[in-house]
Design a protein around this ligand. Structure first.
Ligand code: HEC
Length: 443
């Protein structure tokens, strides 16, 4: 086991979630926008209307700066936060998909190179060559999505991989196609909204109106088809995930689904009214406000996707607290639950100083805190305020006695969304002793 990252108030999982949700705005724009760009560029050449190119110049500059500065930085942010909050989870992913990521990196590299070429050669090379650069970008960007979606979907529904350990068994998993469809269409929605923002800044009113109308159509179409694929995705979820979402086990997930649907509706309305129907009313402040609504929708959608995996980080294989919970004979991996329950969790924490490796009367609460940090802090704040605050939840249950709390830990996996507490009985008592200090007013 690696050291653990405890984030006050937020929990480490939420830090990844916030960075990753923001990352969707630039990343999906980067993938979706160029199809719209090419469409407008072809139109400009076909109809002999060079004034349309003024939109392309601005739109590409937005992609270049927003996606390749903020997108790249937040991409690194996801890696960094995921690595420190769940090093074993990332390690398991890398052991399976390092070549997937390597392939994606190659296409990302092509993206970076071609967007500069595309931007700086606009109007300077012949039309066909310039369009080809656009296609090269659009295709390689989409291929990077095709690859990443396989790895993302794998974590929620590893499918046959759980038996075979095979690369493609996990990659083309049960939710792969619906998720790829949803992302592909939603990216047109995201690209459409940014195109509306850029259109509102154009001086040529005629061009602004025409682009707004087209962006509205692309955006609305993308949103509707993406919503359809989203529905297909929900249908493909395993029954435990369906229970969490629709069965009322975790009511907040159903609320997030409603929020996502309402946000989608508001963005759709913007496309309909300010894009298709009355493009002359399209304006920057309102379009940016709608972008914020879109962001809220994305945040909710991602919250659902991540939340449905509970209590696992890789469904059916590795728990959220990074303990392997099932045998995977194909790869010679065994469940760690029993060995940890017998030999103890502390024995696996190589970074601990000697005085914390065995539990004594003096260090019990301190060691308990370490165990709770490892096994609970991914999802719970340890402070009285914050996300799923443990003190608050424990108070709600009305438990404060160390033994009672240790007993509660023994039955933790009775909750379908929490992993079992692993460790020896002595460790469980230590964790109970620490939890008791969280609830007792005068410990
Ligand atoms: C995979 C994420 C995850 C992990 C790890 C986790 N929990 Fe939870 N826990 C949840 C969620 C989600 C809830 C529901 C919260 C809510 O209802 O607001 C919850 C609820 C609870 C509750 C309230 C239960 C009730 O019936 O009201 C307690 C107490 C609790 N957790 C304690 C713990 C402890 C102690 C640990 C570590 C040993 C732990 N949890 C580990 C996700 C987790």
């Amino acid at each position: 086991m690696y050291p653990i990252w405890v984030v006050p108030y937020l929990s480490s999982a939420l830090v990844i979630g916030l960075i990753a949700s923001f990352h969707i705005l630039p990343s999906h724009l980067a993938v979706g926008a160029f199809w719209f760009n090419i469409y407008i560029e072809r139109k400009a050449y076909r109809e002999g209307r060079p004034e349309l190119l003024s939109f392309i110049k601005r739109y590409t500059l937005l992609i270049l700066i927003f996606c390749f500065v903020f997108g790249s930085l937040s991409g690194v942010g996801i890696w960094y936060s995921a690595t420190v909050s769940s090093p074993r989870g990332i390690s398991a992913l890398i052991h399976n998909y390092v070549w997937g990521w390597a392939t994606e990196w190659v296409f990302f590299f092509i993206e970076v190179a071609t967007i500069y070429a595309y931007y700086y050669t606009l109007g300077k090379v012949d039309e066909r060559t310039h369009l080809r650069l656009g296609y090269l970008y659009a295709l390689s960007a989409w291929i990077s999505m095709i690859i990443i979606t396989g790895i993302l979907g794998f974590m929620l529904t590893p499918g046959k991989w759980l038996e075979t350990g095979g690369f493609f068994d996990g990659f083309f998993n049960p939710t792969y196609w619906p998720q790829l469809g949803a992302r592909t269409f939603f990216m047109f929605g995201i690209a459409g909204l940014y195109a509306l923002i850029i259109a509102a800044t154009l001086k040529e009113r005629e061009v602004a109106r025409e682009v707004a109308r087209l962006a509205g159509a692309w955006g609305l179409g993308g949103l509707l088809l993406g919503g359809l694929c989203g529905y297909w995705w929900l249908k493909k979820l395993p029954s435990e995930a369906q229970d969490l979402l629709f069965g009322g086990t975790l009511p907040y997930l159903a609320i997030l689904l409603k929020v996502a649907a309402i946000c989608g509706g508001i963005v759709g309305l913007y496309f309909l009214v300010f894009g298709l129907a009355l493009p002359r009313l399209n304006n920057v402040p309102l379009a940016i406000l709608t972008l914020m609504v879109l962001f809220l929708g994305i945040l909710s959608g991602e919250g659902i996707r991540e939340g449905l995996r509970r209590p696992y980080v890789i469904n059916g294989f590795m728990y959220a607290h990074q303990v392997v919970g099932a045998d995977l004979p194909a790869k010679g991996i065994k469940s760690e639950i029993e060995p940890l329950n017998e030999k103890g969790y502390l024995a696996r924490l190589g970074y601990l100083p000697p005085n914390l490796r065995t539990i004594t009367e003096k260090n019990r609460v301190m060691v308990g805190r370490i165990l709770v940090a490892h096994e609970c802090a991914n999802c719970h704040a340890l402070s009285p305020k914050g996300l799923r605050s443990l003190p608050r939840l424990l108070e709600g249950l009305g438990m404060e006695d160390p033994e009672d709390l240790a007993g509660f830990l023994e039955g933790l996996d009775g909750y379908s969304f929490m992993p079992p507490f692993v460790g020896t009985e002595e460790e469980r008592l230590a964790a109970g002793a620490y939890l008791s200090t969280l609830v007792k007013k005068n410990p």
